[in-house]
Design a protein around this ligand. Structure first.
Ligand code: ADP
Ligand code: MG
Length: 320
């Protein structure tokens, strides 16, 4: 196995003013470690505000981490400067939630898809435009789309353009941040198929971020479940779906609609809702909502540890 991305003890704290001259820190990402292997998809799941986008932004160096290490292959992402950053942008690409935000409304689609190819010096401008037509075909759009502008496209088509741009430079890693959440369910399903096809054809590795467990489970080899800035469960998708261990993961999974009544499990509902963690913090983030909380949960933060091969959980109830 080849490790494409390795994130170790990543932290991102934002300053928040609290009272006169006092600064507290919002722990957007707290001690997150995860990896993505070549050719696989890791789903990063959690409710809104749990820190998923901040992980992505730190990995891409759109944001400076407070501490921790990010390795893309052998390259230490947090130490890269100057020209190295350009190379990094080529090797790691992101597809954003709202395609309209990331597309230039004044450029025709063909030029937009060609742009990363000549900007990174991979092709001349003319060759890049020819290659753009191939890329459009790869995401299921005919050559006639090259002349259209973003406002002439549907949401699904725009997101296909976002994907074509992202894969243009043959990146080692593609980070997809809620790429389908602004689309209708039927369009979502088609886009997921496009992503699956591309992964097989081009051997891509994905970090797929979503709040929708249902969506990501069909695509992901492994799942990383995030709650209030921390990973609470990480492992093979099948193991997590069939035997979730963390109380938060159990609640997430029990909320997913099932296709057959025999598959229906008892719904686990946690009281309250997650607020942001403004530090210093102590103990487990789920404590105020967890029906199983014990004394230790308020005293020490549970760390991820293996409960079975390729399945780790951060919960004091499951220390082995
Ligand atoms: P998610 O993508 O899971 O919805 P985010 O990573 O966007 O979560 O946000 C995690 C937390 O960090 C939230 O509480 C959010 O308000 C906070 N946050 C994100 N970006 C900033 C920023 N630039 N400054 C201050 N707080 C931020
Ligand atoms: Mg987000």
């Amino acid at each position: 196995m080849v490790t494409v991305l390795k994130v170790t003890n990543l932290k991102k704290y934002y300053p928040v003013r609290s009272g006169f001259l006092r600064t507290k820190w919002l722990h957007a990402v707290d001690d997150v470690s995860l990896d993505v292997q070549a050719g696989e998809t890791v789903g990063l799941v959690g409710e809104s505000g749990s820190g998923k986008t901040t992980v992505a932004r730190c990995v891409l160096r759109l944001e400076e981490p407070t501490s921790g290490q990010v390795l893309l292959g052998e390259v230490d992402v947090t130490a890269v400067r100057g020209d190295g950053l350009r190379g990094l942008r080529r090797d790691m690409q992101m597809v954003f939630q709202d395609p309209m935000d990331s597309l230039n409304p004044r450029l025709p689609v063909g030029s937009m898809v060609a742009e990363p190819l000549w900007i990174h010096g991979l092709y001349s401008r003319k060759e890049a435009r020819e290659r753009a037509v191939d890329l459009l075909e790869l995401v299921g759009l005919g050559p006639q789309y090259a002349k259209r502008y973003p406002h002439q496209l549907s949401g699904g088509e725009r997101q296909r353009i976002g994907i074509a741009r992202a894969i243009a430079t043959h990146p080692k890693l593609v980070i997809l941040d809620e790429p389908t959440s602004s689309l209708d369910v039927s369009v979502q399903a088609k886009l997921i198929n496009v992503l699956k096809d591309l992964q097989v054809k081009l051997g891509l590795s994905y970090l797929f971020i979503t709040h929708d467990l249902c969506l990501v489970s069909s695509l992901s080899n492994r799942l990383a479940v995030m709650y209030l800035g921390r990973l609470v469960e990480f492992g093979a998708t099948q193991a997590i779906l069939s035997r979730p261990v963390h109380p938060y993961t159990k609640a997430l999974i029990s909320a997913v609609p099932v296709s057959h009544p025999s598959e229906r499990k008892e719904r686990v509902v946690l009281p309250g809702e997650g607020s942001s963690t403004i530090g210093p913090t102590q103990g487990c983030g789920l404590l105020p909502r967890c029906p199983f909380a014990m004394g230790v949960c308020g005293e020490r933060t549970p760390m991820l540890h293996e409960v079975s091969p390729d399945h780790s959980v951060a919960c004091h109830m499951h220390v082995v």
